[in-house]
Ligand binder design. Sequence first.
Ligand code: TEU
Ligand code: CA
Length: 559
Amino acid sequence: MNMKKQWWHEKVAYQIYPKSFNDTNGDGIGDIRGIIEKLDYLKDLGIDIIWISPLYQSPFVDQGYDISDYYKIDPIFGTMEDFEELLLEAKKRDMYILMDLVINHCSDKHEWFQKALADPYGDYADYFYFRKGKNGNPPSNYRSYFGGSTWQQIEGTDLYYLHMFSKEQPDLNWENPKVREELFRMVNWWLEKGLAGFRIDAIINIKKVLDFPSYEPDGEDGLVRCTRMVEEAEGVGDLLRELKRETFDRHHAFTVAEVFDMKEDELREFIGDEGHFSTMFDFSPLSITFGGHGWYDAPEYDFAKWRNEVFASQKKFQNVGFLANIIENHDEPRGACTYLPRYAQNDNGTKMLATAYILLRGIPFIFQGQEIGMKNCMMDSIDEYNDIETINQYEIARKAGLSDEEALTACFKHSRDNARTPMQWNDKENAGFTEGIPWLKVNPNYRDNNVEAEIKDENSVFTYYKKLIAVRKSEDYKAIFTYGEFVPAYTEEDKVFAYYRQLQEKKRRILVATNYGEEETRLSLEGIGQVLLNNMEGVRIEDGKLKLPSCGAAVIEIV
Ligand code: TEU
Ligand code: CA
């Protein structure tokens, strides 16, 4: 299909979690100067677009996803001058900066909310959802994302305010035109500074069912997940169209949305040529990790299910728009732990997973540390975790009868802090992340698993990521990897994850083939193959067959 070409289609993106990236002043917290220092490193890797998780002023109840002033850089990260310098330095290198846009909610310390509390019947109350309780109970029975009711009573009144996330993150009332106006003004202010665009947080939640009905409980707490209400809400499109028209469109901004629970028939409306966003993350593979009750009863890794999810979503979207592909982010454990069977959790396996992902149709987003194959980090006790959701999930597991050790194992597999441990730069103390005391434990594996060692090693995960990105962006192949159709291949093979990328009019075809099995496999090629890239010894073509050892990956042009 003919899609309008955009500057960002052939780019590769990288997510920085600023608190954990690079500390330059020894306070144990990553900062903006630390990002500037590493721009050349990212450029060398092949990165064009950088999304930085929130840098705004915040009390950090949810690591900056609780903003108390949208116009300020939090002092722990540096100053506005530092940020402006970052924009300049990025520009010099032809790189683009995205900020995180968290506008479903703000912090309870935001001036608007403080004014609302001071006068719960005044104008600012209408910036939020203040509702009367029912018979001494909250207005409805929703469970917030981080546990407990979404409603918090306002002291001395029979009013409650709505918070889909923590109680320190009150939801903004998008029905109020003043709120929209304030938010749009802020978005334009940042875009005028020279941002390329935004990653847009939790955006589907902005539309509510305004009479907030209760639903059938889905848990013993008598509550129902709050997304139940979001699924019922109609009309999010009107709000998103207005947001785009008033802000992004005026600056040709690139936007990548975090969208869960979208309605099937809205794909085109969201990321089609004239869609609300440039792209949105593909979270469908994540569904293989969902437990019935929480992290503690999450299913074991299931290759077949995972392959189905990825293939289905590639096929569903390719005639609509571009997805943003991820294997991890700051809300997920490390992809190299989640999406690989145990026997493949090694460097070859990590490179295999990278091959499978980076060459899919869509924009690859690499999360910091993924390019060196960073792993989940075992914590010795729940006190070593910082993340609000981890603490909630630990408690859920304990209440369900799990021992401390079992609950910690669930956190080891699923905690958001697995992605948030400091970036491992070298084998010196604290992995070279800080000269002070890191805000979150450094993964003890840093002596072997760090940037400095991997840059020098031509067989490292880092070197391989660099090659993969280079192939994807090369003059000869960028058209096929950007616009080529996605066609599943060898699906009859139980343990093979393989697909073609093809440009029909030019009759060009590339096979990306990876072997997740524990045994070697041989695949009959549908033509003469020329290997562009492979991840390990033993991957080769013999008698028209591609030989893939366990964890083998190959990128092959079929002629
Ligand atoms: O996440 C939104 C969201 O839906 C999360 O609940 C997500 O499903 C969960 O973290 C997965 O483990 C965004 C941000 O990415 C997250 O870091 C914030 O905590 C959240 O919004 C609130 O702003
Ligand atoms: Ca610092």
